[in-house]
Design a binder for this molecule. Structure first.
Ligand code: ADP
Length: 269
């Protein structure tokens, strides 16, 4: 699907515009860094064939389905773009979807604008509909990197339900962790329309209120990897890939059991 093309929306009256693809290093299905190419060259839509359908993106023998958690300014977008290109799966950023719709003045954009401008969360039902629709697209069949979703416990359970329906469970939730002081400096140095001081403060407040239940949700399910988000972005990508490999080397049932044991021992202390 070409960028900016409207996609289906749960509400037929709503027209949803998709953000254009970014330029990134294409490192698909390789643990070694690749050449600098436009993301569209690695875009699953463009290189999707019968063979990739059968074997997974780029010939991989398994899919990658992850969510990136973390505060505004933690570097989720940067890492999400790299991971998506490396594993040949789409990068789905709810913030980008909303910003594109605001820029294009779509009905969704008109609704979302006041939430983006104030730093509040767009209501769960709207975000959940958009992501649920997007996940059913063929390019998500062998995976995705979700960036900025889920952001609340209802969004996390809606995502699990949707993935259960699709028969494609999540592999991991990566939480990028950065201290608030550093975040504020990073965000203040960015030039995004919603990066005003007041909005930044509110987004950090909203994040602080909603993050703990999300971490618990994924920890209980044996899906959580918490990673220090400070450092060189290239090193951080390698760290995330290494943690993913570690996590995915163990079956989910085993990971869930160890999470239960760890949580039970904390309660018993
Ligand atoms: P950041 O991580 O820097 O806050 P994003 O681009 O992820 O930036 O999000 C920008 C804004 O888009 C948020 O402040 C919020 O208003 C809205 N938004 C994005 N994702 C969600 C979501 N999953 N649920 C509700 N609102 C969202």
């Amino acid at each position: 699907m070409s960028p900016r093309q409207p996609c289906r929306a749960a509400d037929p009256g709503r027209r949803v515009v998709r953000p254009p693809p970014p330029t990134v290093r294409a490192e698909r299905n390789s643990l070694a860094p690749g050449p600098q190419v436009p993301c569209s060259a690695a875009s699953p839509e463009l290189r999707w064939t019968r063979e990739t359908e059968r074997r997974g993106p780029g010939g991989a023998d398994r899919a990658l389905r992850i969510v990136l958690l973390g505060p505004p300014g933690a570097g989720k977008g940067t890492q999400a773009v790299r991971l998506a290109a490396r594993f040949g799966v789409p990068h789905i950023a709810t913030g980008d979807i909303f910003r594109s719709n605001v820029d294009q003045g779509t009905p969704l954009g008109r609704v979302a604008k006041r939430y983006l401008d104030s730093g509040e969360l767009v209501p769960d039902d709207i975000v959940i509909d958009i992501v649920s629709e997007r996940l059913a697209d063929p390019d998500c069949r062998h995976g995705f990197v979700l960036d900025g979703f889920p952001r609340s416990a209802p969004q996390a359970s809606a995502l699990s339900r949707r993935l259960d329906e699709l028969g494609t469970p999540l592999d991991a939730a990566i939480s990028l962790e950065v201290q608030e002081e550093e975040l504020f400096q990073r965000l203040a140095a960015r030039a995004r329309a919603d990066d005003t001081e007041q909005t930044i403060r509110n987004r950090l407040r909203v994040f602080a209120a909603s993050n703990h239940p999300l971490l618990r949700y994924y920890e209980q399910r044996g899906l959580l990897a918490r990673i220090d988000g400070v450092g060189d972005p290239d090193d951080l990508t390698e760290l995330v890939v290494a943690r993913l490999k570690d996590l995915m080397a163990h079956p989910i049932t085993e990971r869930r059991r160890s999470a239960e044991v760890a949580l039970a021992s904390m309660v018993g202390r």
